[in-house]
Design a binder for this molecule. Sequence first.
Ligand code: GDP
Ligand code: MG
Length: 170
Amino acid sequence: PRPIKKAKLVLLGDVGTGKSSLVLRYLKGEFVEFQESTIGAAFFTQTVVINDETVRFEIWDTAGQERYHCLAPMYYRGAAAAVVVYDVTNPATFSRAKKWVQELEIQGSQNTIIALAGNKADLLEARQVFAEEAQTYAEDNGLLFMETSAKTAINVNDIFYEIELDHLVQ
Ligand code: GDP
Ligand code: MG
């Protein structure tokens, strides 16, 4: 059998956007209304087999608090992929997501795949960031983009699967 590849995946984005919830949904198929906020960063692994290739994703779920910002490069440096999460009900988190993308483009590794996730897409009434705007931004910046909901599970497996596929074709 071929050796197992390792790939680092990091989640970035404001506190409260649903990073930990997306990871919990992806890894365990669960959702909790009162997800505890992450301190520093949490670490998970997920081994996936795609097209006969086995990859062990090492997932870093960062806190998102500004006071931990200085630690972020440790998590995104050398990452195969970064998922930048914003909350579709909160425009400030979309601005913050753009800042993360900028930082990754300037200081991140050349071949890090960047995926933008507009999370909480289930909150239809409260939506303030429109998909078209984020889609255009993502296209202009060469990002994968999906609106997700950790609550209803919409697009959660899909966005991680897209990342995995992109990683394997690189
Ligand atoms: P993090 O700080 O980015 O890790 O965010 P959390 O995963 O801790 O989520 C913050 C809050 O938003 C929690 O109360 C979650 O239950 C809630 N939440 C996360 N994702 C969703 C979602 O897709 N839809 C809704 N309605 N709530 C969500
Ligand atoms: Mg968290």
